[in-house]
Ligand binder design. Structure first.
Ligand code: DGL
Length: 258
């Protein structure tokens, strides 16, 4: 099966580029269109209704660009809006959720930590998944302020280090052996997090799993590109500087109101 239309990917901001990178690495021939809704970031403190409305707006933009599949590269949008998106549109959606399962299954201390937004941790979908692991102690922590600092390009700031210390120290004291990054912005914090966590604590994010799932859906339902150029395009609705920098200035970033 072949289909040369692009894969559409959206996030509340620049964080979902961590998911884009995993998809681009696994499927280098696929054209991609990435949408950073940074004007409305963070989604994490918004109501479910607001997150659904923003997710619909982003989906409409990507569908106008003729995308064959849509990757919701945001845990907050997935856990609050993916059911509504699937009910409203025919295009296949891939979502991203905190990787509780691999952490819970492999934990030896029976204790895992989850760092995510308030919107994700409050969602019904998150609770349903967490309830499946009754014998595991899950330490939930809202990453207040982290997304804003990343969006401002302040990944290595003293304020970031201070916040991470305050969120991770109670998890270390509770004897977690897995830390689940439940927000697509957080993989950019891994070098910082590693400086704080003892070496035996594993860090898990969902990028590779989402890329594999995207590959499976293309294989089974949609079709792969037969072209040999991926030509990634990035859109943002704020100043493009921080998005360009996180992409190491390798790709064109277009500023557009959407
Ligand atoms: N990248 C989003 C997520 O995965 C960010 C959340 C936000 O905008 O607050 O949850």
């Amino acid at each position: 099966m072949e289909d040369n239309r692009p894969i559409g990917i959206f996030d509340s901001g620049i964080g979902g580029t961590s998911i884009w990178a995993a998809i681009h690495q696994l499927l280098p021939n696929e054209k991609t269109i990435y949408l950073a809704d940074s004007k409305n970031a963070p989604y994490g403190q918004k109501s479910k209704a607001e997150i659904i409305a923003l997710s619909i707006k982003n989906t409409e933009f990507l569908l106008k660009m003729d995308c064959k599949i849509i990757v919701v590269a945001c845990n907050t949008a997935t856990t609050n809006a993916i059911q509504e998106l699937r009910a409203k549109y025919n295009v296949p959606f891939i979502g991203i959720e905190p990787a509780i399962k691999p952490a819970a299954t492999n934990s030896k201390t029976q204790t895992i930590g989850i760092l995510a937004t308030q919107g994700t941790l409050n969602s019904e979908l998150f609770h349903k998944t967490a309830e499946k692991f009754q014998d595991i102690k899950i330490i939930e922590q809202v990453g207040h302020g982290l997304v804003q600092l990343i969006e401002n390009g302040e990944i290595n700031s003293p304020e970031m280090t201070k916040l991470l210390h305050s969120y991770l120290t109670p998890m270390i004291e509770a004897n977690i052996d897995y830390l689940v990054l439940g927000c697509s912005h957080y993989p950019y914090l891994i070098p910082q997090i590693k400086k704080i966590l003892p070496a035996h604590i594993h860090i898990i994010d969902s990028g590779e799993a989402v890329a594999r799932q995207t590959q499976n859906v293309l294989k089974e339902k949609v079709g792969f590109s037969t072209e040999d150029k991926s030509n990634p395009v990035f859109y943002t609705n704020t100043a493009p500087k921080v998005l360009s920098e996180i992409l190491e200035n390798k790709y064109t970033v277009i500023q557009k109101d959407f």
